[in-house]
Structures are given as C-alpha cells and as structure tokens.
Design a protein around this ligand. Sequence first.
Ligand code: PMM
Length: 312
Amino acid sequence: MSPTRTPPGAPPGPPTGRTRPLGLPEWDRCAVMGVVNVTPDSFSDGGQWFDPELAVKHGLDLVAQGADLVDVGGESTRPGAARVDEAEELRRVVPVVRELAAAGVLVSVDTMRASVAERALAAGARLVNDVSGGLADPAMVPVVAAAGVPFVVMHWRGQSIDMNNRAVYGDVLAEVLAELRTGLERAVGGGIAPERIVVDPGLGFAKDAGHDLTLLAHLPELRALGRPLLVAASRKRFLGRVLAGEGGDPPPARERDAATAAVTAIAAREGAWAVRVHEVRASADAVRVARALERPGAGGPDAGGARGGAAR
Ligand code: PMM
C-alpha cells in the first residue's frame, strides 16, 4: 500500500482546518501537526531535512500523508544542544516556510526568537510554536500579540544545554500546571488574546521519563487549564525507556513511531487539540479512529475528517 493518498508530488489542498475568529485553526477531531526539522542535529530525524528543498518536499509529503499543519523549526532542542545563531536560524527556516505556505500548507514556526517568528509570519506562517513559551526572548510575546496569531505556550525551565539539571520536582503535575498558568498569564498580560493560546506540557524538556509519563497520565488536568492542548511525544526518550523495559537498551528514535501513535490515540481520546509527530500516517489514522469512537453510529469513510475516501 502506498504511504500517501494523493499522487506523489501533487500539491496539498488548502488547509482543511476551520479558523476561529481569533485565528486558532481547529478541526472536528484532534489535529496532526507534522514536524519538519531543518537542522543537522535533531535527535529525532538526524539532519534528514537540512537541505531546504528536501525539507519542503518532506512537508508536502507529510500533508499528503494526513498532516493538518506542518511545524517548521531550524534549531535543535535536544538535551545538551547549543543554540544556533539568529542568521543561521533565519536562513534555515524562512525559505521553507515561504514555499510550504505558498503551496497552501498551514505552517507553524517552531522558534524561540521573535525575529524568526516575525520573518516566518511575513513568509506565510500562521502560528508561532515557542518551546520557551515566550521566556527565551522578551520580544516574542509583543511580536505575537501585534501579529494577532495563535501561540503555543510550552512548559519550559531553561535552554537545552543544561535543561536535564532542572528536571527536579516534588509534584511534577502540580508544578507544571502552576508554571503553565504563569506562562499563560505572561502571554495574556503581554497582549495575546487567550483564545489564541495553546498549552503544551513540554514532554522531555527538563523532565525524565517518569515525569513525562505522569503528565501523559493526567491530560484531563492539563486540559482543565482551559486552553487547547498540544501533545508532543513523538520519538522522545521516555518512549525509548518504556520500550526498553527494565535495564534494556532503548530503541533508536526512528523505531519509536508505533509507540508515538499509541500516545496519539490516547491524546486524541482525551481531547487534545493536536499532536506533534514526525511520522504522520499512523497518527492521522489514530485520530480518525478516536473521532469515530465519539460517535460510533456515524461510521462511514468521512467519519472524523477530510482524509477518507481512498479504498483500502
Ligand atoms: N519538542 C521538540 C520541538 N518542538 N514544540 C512543542 N510545542 N512541544 C514539544 O514538545 C516540542 C516542540 C523537540 O522534538 P524534535 O527535536 O523532534 O522536534
């Protein structure tokens, strides 16, 4: 079976998401955000899409496989990673955003820099995904507020270079909730409309495997923050640990996609707004199954969204 549902190379259709008046795209099910890392050193896909042309093609492929939106980033945030400089991040991200947006793809930009967000928005991005939730660059919240676009506030305790040292919690759920509330207040206080804000527990960021699993086990409490929830578990270390079992060696990142799709099914069932994944196909199927379970009588090829239609 072909991994795609549209002919290879065919441009994706227009974004299938509806847009709320204040700009947050939404679907009648959990959305699938495909990841395009234009980096030489991400833990998850090891530089495969560092070439801008390959990155654009990969973004289009992800849409053909069922991604509702595509997240483009130019800076690795793996534990221990040093920062890339601004000029290099702009060079990596902006052309890829421009081409994908021109092809009709709904693009988010994954950046901690206000200048990169601003240029990516000018190039057609529709959403800003800042893993620092506006903490890394004081200009970020004002830029997003002025642009009037949706903003992801992720739980974050500091730059990747030493974030593992900050994985210290008495009660991880209570502390992440409190710190996310502070992040929400900071964003709203800086002029971003609450309706445009998505929250994300930041799996793997200043967290060990036990912390990540605790947070995933408590998605209803995270949803009770009252904002749409993004869950980004894809290929992360905690999945490696789960698959390895006691004392075993974790499988490499690229062998964690089935486990990622399992998390997608759980997140969709718990009402997440979106999941952020590297391998889209299985998660696109998972969110449709979760949607079908919400209205079992509806069945049918269109149950849950726009990807139905092709025979299997
Ligand atoms: N994780 C990564 C990058 N961007 N964005 C959000 N909102 N949440 C995350 O957990 C997140 C992110 C790191 O993973 P990658 O290197 O595979 O992209």
